[in-house]
Design a protein around this ligand. Structure first.
Ligand SMILES: [Zn+2]
Length: 130
């Protein structure tokens, strides 16, 4: 898939408080989170970037994934244009708790990161990868 929208399933394995760039210090309770993003040039490369540990911090998500207590357990992707990214964020917001302002500096969404209970429902509309 060259371009599209992706959702990272992120496991935070203990309560942490980390600095998320311009957002400042944020508490993340132990649990499962879903982060929505998009890659319009090279989706695979973007996802692989998130899976790696050493990188320059550019997006809010880079700060979260940098923690030793955080890892990406799975991701979903979908062939779609960038606006679909916010539609999916909206859809997840019905199921999860938003982390205010996270990943949504460039749009009107409340957040692009949500604390969720399970990720089964993504299978209904996205392609799963591990
Ligand atoms: Zn958005």
């Amino acid at each position: 898939m060259v371009k599209g929208v992706y959702v990272l399933m992120i496991s935070v394995n203990r309560d942490i408080r980390i600095n998320v760039g311009a957002l400042g210090k944020i508490n993340f309770d132990k649990g499962l989170y879903a982060y929505v993003g998009s890659g319009q040039n090279n989706l695979e490369k973007r996802i692989r970037r998130h899976l790696g540990k050493t990188k320059r911090k550019f997006w809010h998500i880079d700060y979260l994934l940098d923690s030793n207590h955080v890892r990406v357990v799975k991701f979903f992707q979908k062939d779609a244009e960038k606006p679909a990214e916010c539609g999916i964020a909206e859809r997840i917001s019905l199921k999860g708790m938003p982390v205010d302002g996270f990943g949504s500096s460039d749009c009107k969404c409340k957040s692009h990161l949500f604390k969720i209970k399970d990720y089964q429902f993504f299978r209904e509309f996205m392609q799963e990868s591990t």
